[in-house]
Ligand binder design. Structure first.
Ligand code: CA
Length: 531
């Protein structure tokens, strides 16, 4: 069609302008630590509180990927995988302590080469100035929830407001003022929320005040069937979630009086940046709740339940801001008449434990943190409300964006384009198994290194730092992964999974080092907080 238009234009003596470019725009909305089970459309146990009406609407208009996974469940590495379409051991960003080599091949650079205008706003978490973007403004490191600073090509800049709103504003402003008419674009809107420590916007501070959050069935899991790794972690709501740092108990201080800051001051830097109005809203929201908590004098399981309630509510209040951002961005696309030719994608860098297994945080290959939300609305291509069950991973995002733009996919990209799935043109299985490798140990939360594979039905995990330890689960019979069948399952089945794992390690060329750690050095990286 484009060739015909070109011939016609030649014949009529007019030049083809970029207006004839019908390649889709891409708006990639990406949050931090938003677990699929905290999205209504994913039908998880938090669905009853209706946490995400706007994201649910996106799913109702597009395709939801039910079996979408990360390759390495932690912030920076997931982003590096998305930039490159390659596993962590190939892109070099294996844990949050690494720096990303921005000089390497990334998908935004390749999109620019084929004529896309590119922009990035919000959390990058990859250190250094982003490359491959015409416009960008990123949070330094984890960034702040209230009145955040941004790194810009011109230097550091503070913008007042709640981070989720500020990032959305920057994206909207770019769409309205910096976008070039007639040129396809790729815009990344990357929210800090709902990352720890969970600080909702002023308007959401009282959301869910009147309800009890449903509890996960595994809130009091004691990891009886797991290997040593699960017993040595430090991410328990009970023992490790800090009641001041994470839950803001008694943090409604008069900011002139340092004595009221009861613990590590670094945790409260953000509270100290707040405006008097923001402080007042915060104090009004948490003051009475803190008072009630002290009166109740809770201990044991009751205290865990209280911590879980406060945590889940703040987490979902932060999610609410992200959800509103998705709605606002879609409204602006419609207002600018871009909605018909813009693919809107919602995803988050990994899943998260919202009290599941008694935990918060991520890192594990267990389902709650291994899964990533992935919802794609490609107008005219995806069927509204469709659900895809194929095994997909964040290595697939880069080749998908390139395929959408009609660009060549370089051979060294390890992922596969999802376009055949989106177009319902996939013949046969997309993939047999997904591969995972987590590296950040010893480090905060003390989740040991492990790798593994997951098929439609089974998951095999190998922990290798203090002897060789295996876990295997039948996800059909045991979706919560409470019964380790590694020793009891049919030997042929276990051997088949082990062979598949080795095959994938060869396929993805993962020979990454397997350091061992003596057992006695393992505990205590993250201080255990008083309960
Ligand atoms: Ca994250």
């Amino acid at each position: 069609m484009r060739i015909l238009l070109a011939i016609l234009a030649l014949f009529l003596g007019i030049s083809i302008t970029s207006k004839a470019d019908d390649r889709p725009n891409i708006v990639f909305v990406f949050s931090d630590d938003h677990a699929p089970h905290a999205i209504g459309a994913y039908d998880g146990w938090l669905k009853s509180v209706n946490p995400t009406p706007e994201i649910d609407e996106l799913a109702a208009d597009g395709m939801l990927f039910q079996n979408s996974f990360c390759t390495n469940s932690i912030c920076g590495p997931s982003r590096a995988v998305i930039q490159t379409g390659k596993h962590s051991h190939k892109n070099g960003f294996m844990n949050n302590g690494n720096s990303f080599d921005w000089n390497q091949q990334t998908f935004p650079k390749l999109l620019k080469k084929v004529g896309y205008q590119t922009a990035l706003y919000g959390k990058s978490h990859l250190k250094g100035h982003p490359q491959g973007y015409d416009d960008w403004m990123v949070l330094p490191g984890q960034g702040l929830y209230y009145n955040p600073d941004f790194i810009t090509p011109e230097g550091k800049k503070r913008i007042d407001g709640h981070c989720t709103d500020v990032v959305t504003d920057l994206a909207v402003q770019w769409l309205k003022e910096k976008r070039e008419d007639g040129k396809p674009f790729m815009l990344m809107v990357q929210h800090k929320a709902p990352h720890r420590n969970w600080m909702p916007a002023e308007r959401h501070l009282h959301l869910y005040d009147d309800i009890e959050m449903p509890e996960p069935t595994t809130l009091f899991d004691r990891w009886e069937d797991n290997t040593l790794a699960a017993k040595y972690q430090e991410l328990e709501v009970d023992g490790h979630m800090h009641i001041n740092h994470d839950l803001f108990l008694d943090l409604t201080p008069d900011f002139d009086d340092d004595k009221e800051l009861k613990t590590d001051k670094s945790a409260f830097r953000n509270l100290q940046r707040m405006s008097p109005t923001q402080v007042k809203a915060w104090r009004d929201a948490y003051g009475p709740k803190d008072e009630a908590f002290h009166k109740a004098n809770l201990s044991g399981d009751d205290l865990v339940r209280w911590k879980y309630q406060r945590y889940a509510k703040n987490y979902l209040r932060c999610v609410k801001g992200v959800d509103e951002s998705v709605g606002r961005l879609r409204d602006v696309l419609a207002e600018l008449e871009l909605d018909d030719n813009t693919v809107v994608i919602y995803s988050s860098d990994q899943g998260f434990y919202i009290g599941d297994h008694g935990w918060y945080d991520k890192r594990w290959m267990y389902e709650e943190s291994f899964k990533m939300p992935l919802i794609v609305n490609w107008p005219g291509v995806t069927d509204g409300g469709s659900v895809n069950m194929e095994l997909v991973q964040n290595i697939d995002y880069a080749p998908t964006f390139l395929a959408m733009a009609g660009a060549d996919i370089p051979e060294d990209i390890q992922g596969k384009s999802l376009v055949p799935l989106l177009k319902k043109q996939q013949e046969g299985k997309f993939r047999d198994a997904v591969y995972y490798h987590y590296y950040e140990y010893p480090s905060v939360h003390m989740v040991p290194r492990h790798y593994g594979i997951r098929t439609d039905r089974y998951k095999l995990m190998k922990f290798y730092q203090f002897g060789e330890q295996w876990e295997m689960y039948d996800l059909e019979k045991d979706p919560d992964e409470l019964t380790n069948i590694y020793e009891t399952a049919d030997k042929e089945l276990v051997d088949g999974m082990k062979k598949k794992l080795e095959d994938l390690r060869v396929h993805y060329d993962d020979n990454s080092h397997e350091p061992e750690y003596p057992l006695e050095k393992k505990k205590g990286f993250w201080p255990t907080f008083a309960k």
